[in-house]
Design a protein around this ligand. Sequence first.
Ligand code: AKG
Length: 324
Amino acid sequence: MARLTAEQKQHYDEQGYVFLQGLFDPAELQPLIAEVEAKVDQVAHDYHAAGRLTSLYEEHGFKHRLRKLVEDCDDVYQEIPGGQFCGPALFEILRHPKLVDIAESIVGPEVHCEGRHRLRPKLPNYGPADFRWHEDTRYGIQRITYSQQQYGLGAHDPGQGDTFISRIVPAPTMPEPGFWIPLVDVDEENGCLHLMPGGHRHTVPYTEQWRPSQFAPQLDGLDDVAFPMQVGDALLIHQHLPHVSPPNRSDHVRWSEDIRYQDARLPIKSQREPGFLAKSQERPDDIVTTWDEYRRIREAAAAYQQATREAAESFRKTTGMALF
Ligand SMILES: O=C(O)CCC(=O)C(=O)O
């Protein structure tokens, strides 16, 4: 598959997204959908065996079964979303050349697939599945120091002095292109994504990025655009593009998967969810090509987290002090 065309790259830079209509043949996503269905089935059996469900709801298909299960036992929901879900079919999508080659257009030839991929079952009228306006990555902060001369008074301006000015400014973080991939057709009724095209170029003050009431005026004049999509389409989204996921008002689950990439030469975003090297010229032998390898990376990270938690707990018990 191709990298982004020059026009698509320009659109990404200027508008903060690219709508990739028909990127996948829907059949290519079928193994992933089957993997999600198998996960839901396994959770249903576990909860049913534990006496926490009155039925397995097996007669309900992909779009309805999880809703029925959660209506019966709310705790079922927490078993499904997020990065905890992963298997061989998702791995094949994470490393799919169609995604990795497009990511390469933005992050360069060393492509790391972040471990923070997320399965999103957006249940009808279910608050925990909704997202207010946000950007996917906060800005960092950077101290800049400049003299009045640099600030524009000009070297020969008689008014220029030696005064140095020091400011803390928000600094865009490294490129982290994300893909939002629906697993059912999405529209405004079942909670399709809304973007604010161009919003990634408006720096929201560092402290206000998660406070929409203060966020909105910063983006005055930009439009909120809904993106109905069909299975097979994908949205490529800049990490600073504001987006929102309004409530699902339909009677079925809106399923989607989101995936992010970064330059593998830069510090890896999340040590807790380490991801894997998806493409590389510098380290071709380290590219992860099998689910078994990625599964072992995930298991090692989980074991490390567990050991860290146990060490902290043991320290707390012995000393009465909390490590974190
Ligand atoms: O899938 C959704 O409903 C929202 C996802 C989202 O906002 C995100 O991944 O940052």
